[in-house]
Design a protein around this ligand. Structure first.
Ligand SMILES: [Zn+2]
Ligand SMILES: [Zn+2]
Length: 125
């Protein structure tokens, strides 16, 4: 039973942490989770390339850039996500270590723009 509990905790994917907040405590494991967004850009022509994360590594979906045919790319960390970039950006949930921190209340402002765009998608579906 105890082993199962630890195993479960270790494998938490923090699925109940909403994507539209900057950071929040995971209701399933209690860790402070920060939503991070990354963009992959072509190193040659700088165009945004759609990407995914594979074994914790961020990679472009295609081998070659559709704009210039180049293969080199670089990863840009976004400070905040906007609706346009959602199509390209790779999302990661990162645990913020709590060691040495004093407990503080964090108020996170929701991105109203992102929320309303999401609603629009819902209507279209
Ligand atoms: Zn969790
Ligand atoms: Zn390119």
């Amino acid at each position: 039973m105890i082993l199962d509990f630890f195993k479960q905790k270790h494998e938490c994917h923090h699925n109940r942490v909403p994507l539209d907040v900057e950071e929040a405590y995971c209701p399933d494991c209690g860790e402070l989770i920060k939503n991070k967004w990354y963009l992959v850009r072509c190193a040659c022509c700088n165009i945004k390339r759609s990407a995914h994360s594979e074994y914790n590594e961020i990679k472009p979906d295609t081998k070659f850039c559709s704009n210039c045919g180049g293969t080199d790319f670089y990863i840009e960390e976004l400070q905040s996500i906007n609706f346009v970039d959602v199509h390209y950006a790779v999302h990661k949930k990162v645990i913020i270590p709590q060691k040495g921190y004093t407990t503080r209340q964090v108020w996170v402002e929701k991105d109203e723009h992102l929320l309303s765009e999401k609603k629009l998608i819902g209507v279209r579906d």
